[in-house]
Design a protein around this ligand. Structure first.
Ligand SMILES: [Zn+2]
Length: 412
């Protein structure tokens, strides 16, 4: 960096979750009372306000007011002082130009803002995954609950949760209603609005006087979801990708074979909070974009028996060094796919580079042999298969070296 370090900083507001809080059903049709259990039934919100809220529960579908699309989950529904039970994502699931019109409503931050401005005091957000890609709003307390909790809250309403959710998506018609039960949510957090984080960058300078001006970017996010209530180690997502790159970098540096082109290693920060690090690195590029051969991203590459290189079929010149190395030395199953336009919000660091016009490949693994605990406390080292990680590092080393040295590989 210009300051002589290997750290590229960007703003990164975040919250500490001090304990796992509580979610309690207060009274319902038969005055039932129930403490939900962490981590089986709920996770605390990574950016929840601190405090306790209680109120009547209102199911508000996807929590979207897209009046120009003829869709409003809040139409004729009073949510003032209420606690919402809400879906993540969108009722529209196609990947086409219609999705573009829905995209802005898919952000958690939009949904939180809308709920707050209508006077809701809290939220049970359905799908139990820890997720710091949300916003901290003063006084707005929330938790992530499992679908089985949602199903249980629907008991006695004459409706089934799963059927209601499916019908909204099928018809793209809201179906909001008051559940006639009361819930209390407690959270204990501390918010840091002015914090920052950074990308950690490494470089192996090219040895060829001409080709050294061209670069290959190898990236993986270094952050995980943190410790909302307990530590979520993030072994597969994404210590695995980071370690594979470190191992490949070590092999490249130690091999004595000098790459002709330059290789940049970027360990992204702030991915889980909203792709902050990769966004920073396309907005303040470390290498002239026109001189970047490609960006190769690794996310969750540590569980399985085979490789998958997404987008490879669209860029055969980029794919073949990896396919050849696999065929010659590693003999793993290797599949690939065409690049496709994503009309929704970007969900990976690779998607940020795609959107900015770079050619990208994403290395993943196939044939999971361990259960995948996505954004879960059990995403620990038991969830990994070290053999595929070793081979991933070898595949990267061999493929990158060929990409860096082959003069016939051009810039897109
Ligand atoms: Zn990830």
């Amino acid at each position: 960096m210009s300051d002589g370090t290997y750290l590229q900083y960007f703003p990164n507001a975040y919250s500490d979750v001090l304990n796992h809080g509580s979610v309690t059903l207060l009274a319902g049709i038969n005055n039932q009372y129930k403490d939900y259990k962490f981590p089986d039934d709920y996770f605390p919100g990574s950016n929840s306000a601190s405090g306790t809220v209680s109120g009547e529960i209102v199911y508000v579908g996807f929590g979207i007011s897209a009046t120009e699309l003829g869709y409003d989950d809040y139409k004729n529904i009073d949510v003032k002082g209420k606690i919402l039970l809400m879906e993540t994502g969108l009722p529209y699931n196609g990947n086409d130009s219609t999705l573009l019109k829905w995209e802005k409503y898919s952000y958690h931050r939009y949904k939180f803002q809308r709920a707050k401005e209508l006077g809701a005091v809290g939220l049970l957000y359905i799908s139990k995954i820890a997720n710091p890609n949300t916003s901290y709003l003063e006084g707005f307390v929330y938790a992530h609950t499992s679908e089985s909790v949602a199903e249980e809250l629907f008991d006695g309403t004459g409706r089934k949760y799963s059927e209601t959710n499916a019908a909204i998506k099928k018809n793209i018609q809201p179906n909001s209603f008051a559940i006639n039960k009361k819930v209390q949510i407690s959270a204990s957090t501390k918010h840091f609005p002015d914090s920052r984080s950074c990308n950690v960058v490494g470089i192996i300078e090219g040895a060829d006087s001409i080709l050294k001006s061209e670069a290959i970017i190898l990236g993986a996010h270094l952050d995980a979801v943190g410790s909302p209530g307990c530590l979520f180690p993030g072994a597969l997502d994404n210590a695995s990708g980071s370690v594979n790159i470190l191992a490949a970098a070590k092999a490249l540096a130690a091999s004595g074979v000098k790459p002709a082109r330059t290789i940049l290693f970027i360990f992204f920060g702030g991915e889980e909070c909203g792709l902050y690090g990769s966004t920073k690195s396309v907005e303040s590029p470390l290498w002239t974009k026109e001189k970047v051969i490609c960006m190769i991203n690794l996310d969750m590459v540590g569980n399985g028996t085979g490789f998958r290189i997404s987008n490879g079929k669209s860029f055969p010149d980029l794919l073949s060094p990896f396919a050849d190395a696999n065929e010659k030395y590693l003999h793993r199953d290797l599949s690939s796919s065409e690049a496709r336009v994503n009309f929704g919000r970007p969900r990976t660091d690779a998607a940020v580079f795609d959107k900015a016009g770079y050619r990208t490949l994403s290395l993943g693994t196939t044939g999971n042999v361990k259960p995948v605990y996505y954004h879960h406390p059990l995403d620990n080292t038991d969830a990994l298969t070290p053999e595929i990680m070793e081979d991933s590092a070898k595949l990267l080393y061999l493929g990158i070296l060929e990409l860096a040295n082959n003069p016939n590989i051009g810039i897109y």
